[in-house]
Design a protein around this ligand. Structure first.
Ligand SMILES: [Zn+2]
Ligand SMILES: [Zn+2]
Ligand SMILES: [Zn+2]
Ligand SMILES: [Zn+2]
Length: 341
């Protein structure tokens, strides 16, 4: 493939592979915790870090990492004190981060290229070999910590009160999660950009939660979606000359819309099939169960009862319990009802 012939594209694809894996992996915990915008807030903090790096002519990856992790620790401490609500603390991060970055960058000597856009929205061609090395270290740390602490992070994200009651160190785990988010934000600088990374944390998780049946499955699916959109978005941006970050995020959102439409269509079809296949009696005076005198016939995941020559099963919907006729299975399922061939 032509796209693989260039060194900068190899580095870009490597970086997008790492972002695509790490961002949804931490993002799904943020969605669980209803803190979807934390990544965005830390992205804004990282802007100040980038400005410090530009001013001092040091590596912006390192200074951005320091700023984002400091912001992460700060917000968790503020949230834990409980005097300021989470969204106010986030708002302070957003505006403080951007304001700090803009003011600091204005102090940079004239003529020094700042090219803030490349950090805000991603620019694949700027990924240096040193960046790839730093990103690899960050990715290994993020995935390794997720692997080790995933269960505990899930418990805290799912129900903080319960986690506290069973003696988990809630504040410490929240800070760890926020620090992982901060590291992932910095990881994204070259490929997705600081202002768009939150989308790559949240949207693949949202897609996964539409179809997954368990949290574990959702994590795997979200990472799969993240890899898919970040690799194909980076490749597409090479051919179309568009910024990688925006291209990746648009792909992810497009996929989200397609999956949402697919899931609602599936549900509608299921509902229609259900209504067509079943005649519903709302009121049923008799409660079927083992030993009620009617023959039970296993059917998919439930038992149908042969009640006066027709098969039906209790079925719960939002409207309450009703009995569905499953008579279309009767001929083959009920030994007594079988006709001669
Ligand atoms: Zn019965
Ligand atoms: Zn049935
Ligand atoms: Zn019955
Ligand atoms: Zn039903």
């Amino acid at each position: 493939m032509e796209v693989l012939e260039y060194g900068f594209m190899q580095r870009a694809l490597l970086a997008s592979l790492m972002v695509g894996l790490a961002a949804p992996a931490v993002g799904i915990f943020l969605v669980q915790r209803r803190l979807s915008l934390l990544g965005d807030g830390l992205g804004h903090m990282a802007v100040t870090g980038v400005a410090v790096g530009v001013l001092t002519a040091t590596a912006p990856v390192a200074s951005a990492l320091v700023a984002a992790v400091l912001g992460a620790v700060l917000i968790e401490l503020v949230r834990a004190r409980g005097r300021t609500s989470g969204d106010v603390a986030l708002a302070v991060l957003f505006y403080g981060g951007i304001a700090g970055g803009v003011v600091l960058l204005s102090l940079a000597p004239r003529g020094q290229s700042t090219n803030l856009d490349a950090y805000l929205f991603g620019a694949i061609t700027t990924t240096s070999p040193q960046d790839v090395a730093a990103f690899a270290v960050i990715t290994v740390v993020v995935i390794g910590v997720m692997w080790l602490l995933g269960q505990r992070l899930y418990a805290v994200s799912d129900d903080e009160e319960y986690a506290r009651a069973v003696g988990l160190p809630v504040l410490a785990l929240n800070i760890v999660l926020a620090a992982l988010v901060a590291a992932t934000v910095v990881l994204s600088m070259r490929v997705v950009g600081l202002l768009l990374i939150s989308a790559l944390m949240i949207v693949p998780s949202a897609i996964a939660q539409l179809v997954a049946r368990s949290f574990r499955q959702a994590v795997l699916l979200a990472c799969g979606v993240g890899l898919l959109v970040s690799l194909s978005g980076t490749t597409a941006s090479y051919y179309t000359g568009t910024p990688s970050g925006g291209t990746i995020v648009l792909l992810a959102i497009g996929l989200f819309l397609v999956v949402t439409a697919g899931v609602s269509l599936r549900d509608a079809l299921r509902h229609r099939r259900h209504r067509r296949r079943t005649r519903i009696h709302a009121a049923h005076p008799h409660e079927h169960g083992s030993g009620c005198g009617h023959a039970g016939v296993p059917h998919d995941d439930h038992v149908d009862y042969d009640h006066d020559g027709h098969l039906h099963a209790p079925h719960t919907t939002r409207g309450g319990v009703h009995y569905d006729e499953h008579g279309d299975r009767q001929v083959t399922a009920s030994p007594t009802g079988r006709r001669a061939p």
